[in-house]
Design a binder for this molecule. Structure first.
Ligand SMILES: [Zn+2]
Length: 271
């Protein structure tokens, strides 16, 4: 089945992975900016990274017929360096007109610190001033519940932010309800070690329905599985769910959410 991966870090994957994803039905993907595994030293490192996301990766994906989109930010781990973060935020508008940019992300919290909150709010302000959509990273493990609450509270306190244009990723059983109830989109991240398995994602779909909900692989440089969405498709099929339900989660919902960005064009997908 043709599908879209709304959150995958292809800069850390090989060209062979692009080929495998294409064979498994991936027709489009979106790649949020994230941490490189080490803290970068200057704003110029981010300028090069944003060029990679807006120039190089779309070409690499296109070789396999996959449409590549991206989101720009300085991630929460590096937000502890407030002065560097501000330099990066000031530079981001240079890239907002690139044809594959969908918005600002993945912004959020990591350890729920004051500096992270400060830089999060400055990203939200940037998104509001430039009419950009937002993709949210919620903290992992024990910080997730508290961090998700803090993020949602900061978002709703800015009257300029339309909740239907914000995707909150890495939701789990204890955070999904509040994200959906408050009018945001939610993304379940399928991951072999932390985050959620295809079976847990299928349980959440059965419990919370298919409105404003999608799934992603987050495939990155750590232990992760870029083909996790086909695993979810198999799990949903195994449980007897309809093709329409599966297609809504893995194709129609990402299209509906991304279509709120002027740069998104729905890829042609087999029905
Ligand atoms: Zn990510």
């Amino acid at each position: 089945m043709d599908y879209i991966d709304p959150h995958i870090h292809m800069v850390s994957r090989t060209t062979d992975d692009y080929e495998t994803l294409a064979r498994m039905g991936c027709v489009a993907m979106s790649e949020p900016a994230f941490w490189a595994g080490f803290d970068r030293g200057s704003v110029e490192s981010f300028r090069d990274y944003f060029r990679q996301l807006t120039e190089f990766e779309p070409k690499r994906a296109a070789q396999f017929g996959i449409k590549h989109y991206t989101w720009l930010c300085i991630n929460a781990k590096e937000a502890e360096n407030v002065s560097l973060s501000r330099e990066v935020i000031a530079m981001i508008p240079e890239f907002l007109d690139a044809s594959n940019v969908l918005g600002i992300g993945e912004i959020g919290l990591n350890k729920n610190t004051k500096n992270e909150s400060t830089i999060f709010l400055e990203h939200v302000d940037l998104a509001a001033r430039y009419n950009q959509q937002i993709l949210i990273h919620t903290p992992h493990l024990e910080d997730k519940y508290q961090g998700t609450k803090m993020i949602l509270d900061m978002l709703v306190s800015d009257a300029r932010i339309e909740r239907s244009r914000v995707l909150v990723d890495h939701v789990e059983e204890h955070t999904i309800q509040e994200v959906l109830d408050r009018g945001f989109w939610a993304g379940m991240t399928l991951y072999p070690i932390t985050k959620c398995t295809p079976a847990r994602a299928a349980d959440m779909i059965e419990r919370f329905g298919t409105e404003r909900l999608m799934a992603n692989s987050a495939g990155d440089w750590g232990p992760s599985k870029p083909t996790a969405i086909p695993d979810l498709i198999m799990e949903l099929k195994r449980r007897g769910h309809s093709r329409d339900l599966i297609r809504k989660i893995v194709y129609e919902n990402p299209c509906e959410f991304f279509s709120q960005s002027k740069n998104f064009k729905a890829p042609i997908a087999a029905p």
